[in-house]
Design a binder for this molecule. Sequence first.
Ligand SMILES: *Cc1c(COP(=O)(O)O)cnc(C)c1O
Length: 385
Amino acid sequence: MTADFHFETTAIHAGQDPDPTTGAAVVPIYQTSTYVQQAVGKHKGFEYSRTDNPTRHALETCLGALEGQAQAIAFGSGMAAIATLAMTLRSGDRVVISDDVYGGTYRLFARAMADLGIGYATVDLTDLDAVRGELGGGGGMLLAETPTNPALKILDLEALASLAADAGAIFAVDNTFATAYLQRPLDFGADVSIYSATKYMGGHSDLVGGALVTRDAELADRLRFLQNAVGAVPGPFDAWLLLRGLKTLGIRMRAHSAGAGRIAAWLRDQPSVARVLYPGFSDFPGHELAAKQMSGSGEPLFGGMVSIELDSEERAIAVCEGTELFFLGESLGGVESLIEHPGRMTHASLAGSGIEVSPRLVRLSVGIEHPDDLIADLARALGSG
Ligand SMILES: *Cc1c(COP(=O)(O)O)cnc(C)c1O
């Protein structure tokens, strides 16, 4: 299938032609490790499922099509995707990451890759002079997330892409929060988009997966080689679940964005909430940039993440423990709403790193339940209901 369709159509059809042998309308789960060859070295394109598997192949075709003629490589988790991407670097290279990067990414570079001779620097990626200084001119990689986690800062992808290009560095964008429906980093000059498919892409909190997407044929070849060499691949069932999740990504992202917008506006009126961080507010720093970058669907949509600051850590913890519909838990991006305390949960691995996460901060992943029910739940937990 060619890529001339809209996102929603591509998500349902790319890589998902009816099964040629049975006519099955849905790509089957090819739960097989090996493939029988007709003669020595003569096969139908599949030899061994670490290298390639038809269900995973369909998923990769679909993921690539969603970012316009790109190539996608699927992994067993978001971290497996990032670790495999890191293996394109060499000892002596340096990675520049955000000072509020995903905790697992920080841990990978600070505590695993550093031991292999790959240095790292954490910088506020909204400070372009600082980024230029840290990048130097020696290659390596610049890894950005926008909106950031949990502060939801908005980074200027085009500006960062040009700094990375000047330094000869790969520009990688972790697009987990926005997804390709809202934001296409490759269109703003990124070399590679990174996904934890565990979050919005899968969307139902029932799988762990990851992906890398690029239009650079040489990089794609290298990543495909490393995917097979390292072997951090998803199994056929997880690939199938993710393919199923992608079919509703568009309508889910619309519902997440609409719900988060309503809830953020309501939270702003609550006296017990000191600050609401949400890029959809017209006075949020970076709002204009977010509106430009997060318009992949044809109109600005700001995603389903909202962070709030309470007046004390005790209160932040009490709110996290006081909701019922918002489940207390790590992760994000599922149809069910989640609430968490980044300082003690998702970002606890940053302790001692010098990276600051306010202990008064609470992060909400707004699901697609009815927003009125979610507001009533928060009202009870905040004691304002
Ligand atoms: C969850 C997450 C990851 C890691 O993905 P896993 O699927 O948990 O390995 C990376 N980046 C971001 C922004 C995430 O939210």
